[in-house]
Design a protein around this ligand. Sequence first.
Ligand code: ZN
Length: 142
Amino acid sequence: MEKEKKCGVANCKRKYYAKGHCFLHYSQVRRNGRVYSRTRYDKNKVIHRDNYCVLVLYSGYKEPVEVARVKIDKEDLAKVSEHKWCLHQKNKKCTRIVTHERGTNKLLLLHNIIFNSASGKIRVSFTNGDKLDFRKRNLTIK
Ligand SMILES: [Zn+2]
C-alpha cells in the first residue's frame, strides 16, 4: 500500500501536488527557486501583551518582511483580525494602515474598523504622536 504523499514543508497541511510539495510550495520553488516561510496570503502575526495586542505588518511580493508593528486594544482583535493589514505609506507624513474589503476591493482604514465607522470616513489624531498606536485611549476622532 502506498503511503499518502505529503508536502515536504514542515507544518504544511496542503494537498500533495508534485516534486515533493503542495501546489503553493511547488509554485514557490518553480518561480523563486526556494520555499518561503510566509506568503502574502498569510494573516498578520499577533503578539499578545498584558494589556494590548501587537499586530505585525509585512510587505513584499515574494518573501514578506516585517515593516511595522501596530498596537491595538485586546477587545478589538477579533474584528481587526478578520482582515489582512498592510502599511500604506504615501510619504513620510502620511502613514495609513489599510486592508482591502473582500469582494469589493475597497480600501479600509484600521481606525474605521476600530470605531465601527460605516461610512469609513472618520479621521483620527494620535495623542502620543505614535501613528502605529491604535489603542483607543491614544485615538481622538477629529
Ligand atoms: Zn506545502
